[in-house]
Design a protein around this ligand. Structure first.
Ligand SMILES: C[S@@+](CC[C@H](N)C(=O)[O-])C[C@H]1O[C@@H](n2cnc3c(N)ncnc32)[C@H](O)[C@@H]1O
Length: 190
């Protein structure tokens, strides 16, 4: 089931909201990372810079065929051989990845979904001990140019609390500012 309010505007508009490489660095993705999983890759906005950075495979999952096609095309155009793009409903069917097989998971602009803890439990399952999840979301501010409705848009503390309930610990004591419109957390599976 596609998560609520997870449709995308035109790519030209969407890409204007982010500085992807800088965001990934701030959210702790490093060259030493092995397998990475991008939950809901969309246009591949973060998949491609992640694949350029890490040595492992970036698994990019999305329920929408056009998002999968866009990401696959970008990876091919960039000559990246470490991107695996899969059309998949990870809410209904999980990721299909083995337990403890990934170093890093990207949960970007997604935690306004109906069951955030279910998603975070799947992230927990696939991460290795010491693996991390980068969470990014729209600021809890109605003046942002996009983002889910305020009644379902999680506050930063709420995202952290959900992750902590699943067992993650936070690496830095405060949220990470990702201007102009986003914040983030890096949480670790001990
Ligand atoms: C708001 S977009 C964010 C895209 C990307 N993470 C980013 O920040 O650029 C959410 C994406 O999640 C995908 N999505 C929503 N529900 C899904 C599900 N159940 N399984 C797989 N993908 C899903 C949507 O198709 C969409 O591409």
């Amino acid at each position: 089931m596609k998560t609520r309010e997870s449709g995308m505007p035109d790519e030209s508009m969407w890409s204007g909201f982010f500085s992807p490489a800088e965001t990934l660095t701030k959210l702790g993705l490093t060259a030493s990372c092995g397998a990475v999983v991008d939950f809901g890759c969309g246009y591949g906005t973060f998949t491609i810079p992640a694949a350029r950075l890490v040595r492992g495979t970036v698994h990019a999952l999305d329920i929408e065929a056009d998002m999968v096609d866009a990401t696959r095309r970008k990876a091919e155009d960039a000559g990246l051989s470490n991107v695996r793009v899969v059309r998949r409903d990870f809410v209904a069917d999980g990721t299909g990845l083995p337990d403890g097989s990934a170093d890093y998971a990207m949960l970007f602009n997604l935690l306004h979904c109906e069951q955030p803890e279910v998603l975070l439990r799947e992230v927990w399952r696939i991460l290795l001990p010491g693996g991390r999840v980068g969470i990014m979301h729209w600021n809890h501010d109605p003046s942002t140019p996009r983002g889910p409705s305020m009644d379902i848009r999680p506050r930063p503390e709420q995202c952290r609390e959900w992750a902590e309930r699943v067992g993650f610990i936070h690496q830095v004591s405060d949220k990470i500012e990702l201007p102009p419109y986003h914040y983030g957390w890096v949480m670790e599976k001990p």
